[in-house]
Design a protein around this ligand. Sequence first.
Ligand SMILES: [Fe+2]
Ligand SMILES: [Fe+2]
Length: 207
Amino acid sequence: MGNIDFHSFVNSLSRVIEYKDLYTHGHSDRVADLSALIALEMGLSEDLVDEIHIAAHLHDIGKTGIPDGILMKSGKLNHKEYSIMQDHSLIGYDILKEVKGLKAISLMVKYHHEKFDGTGYPDRLKKDEIPLGARIITLADSFDAMTTPRPYQKARSIEEAVIEISKSKKKHFDPDITDYFLKVIEAQKDYILSIIVKTEGEKSWIP
Ligand SMILES: [Fe+2]
Ligand SMILES: [Fe+2]
């Protein structure tokens, strides 16, 4: 057992959701890479960067518990369906919470849809009540959602996504982390361009 690489094992677990929901193909990997780049830019410790990377790989694992009719609906979700979809962060937490040593990671997963101003879910946490890793992952997650084409909405360009995220600084996103995020996007533009989804065929749906 000693020679199992934990990080790559977790990475493969995140593929479970991608096989179930083709709309999220590649989403977990892109969110993981971008979250790790932001964490590195912030100068966080190697261990914390690693934890955030793993949590980002697993952030939507709870979508495996969402009924297929809702998960794979190609149109916009109605109010009731959207509220069921929101359960994915709690389901993700439930899946991971018993794993020894994964407590911090399970909380990042639980809170990846909280917003800085307290308007997110599931617990409407505010500011630094939200785990640092979750505040990073939510930025990468939102950026990937914006730059990925959806059945009813075309993908935004990197520039458009940057403007939109900058507008939500302080409201939805931690302003300090947003500044690090903007630095990463600027410095890594070619890499980001190479990983974002270009065609509808690779589309993804992210609530
Ligand atoms: Fe999510
Ligand atoms: Fe996501």
